[in-house]
Design a binder for this molecule. Structure first.
Ligand code: UDP
Ligand code: MG
Length: 150
């Protein structure tokens, strides 16, 4: 099974959408395996978004993500990385498909509510950046046979 790193960004927390966003991921069938609320230092933001350093939106992105607390979580499931990205929607909320989190709650790319890992390598790096090994909880959801055929 795969794990994906999800961050409910400051706008998601400030707008009271934590429960809504968590609910969508839970109802998809994904299993929550780590979660915490925290402030984000500009240093941590810079490490998380290192790949975007030098891009025109980089400074705004780092100040956005470190402007107010976030909720950071890890979810686990079959094809979890792809499934979460699908539930999150395209980066620009006005280009995201209706029914996705970004389309349903956002209007601008610079306030798009949520981060999700985009592949197995970035997921592994991001999970290690945001969580220590002891913060992951290993458990199974009762009724997973009603989510997974095998
Ligand atoms: N972003 C932005 N302007 C842009 C592109 C990206 O503000 O033109 C921000 C936005 O918050 C996005 C984040 O930078 O979520 C990371 O960009 P990426 O292309 O990795 O999008 P994501 O993986 O979050 O969909
Ligand atoms: Mg990305």
């Amino acid at each position: 099974m795969e794990k994906s790193l999800v961050i409910i960004k400051p706008d998601g927390v400030q707008r009271g959408l934590v429960g809504e966003i968590l609910g969508r991921l839970e109802r998809r069938g994904l299993r929550l395996v780590a979660m915490k609320m925290q402030s984000v230092s500009p240093e941590l933001a810079a490490r998380h978004y290192a790949v975007h350093q030098g891009k025109p939106f980089y400074d705004g992105l780092v100040s956005y993500i470190s402007s107010s607390p976030v909720v950071v979580l890890a979810v686990e499931g079959n094809k979890a990385i792809e499934a979460v990205r699908q539930t999150v929607g395209a980066t620009n909320p006005t280009a995201a498909a209706p029914g996705t989190i970004r389309a349903d709650f956002g209007l601008e790319i610079g306030r798009n509510l949520i981060h999700a890992s985009d592949g197995p390598e970035t997921a592994a790096q991001e999970l290690a950046l945001w969580f220590g090994p002891e913060e992951f909880v290993s458990w199974s959801r009762d009724g997973e046979r009603w989510v997974y055929e095998k």
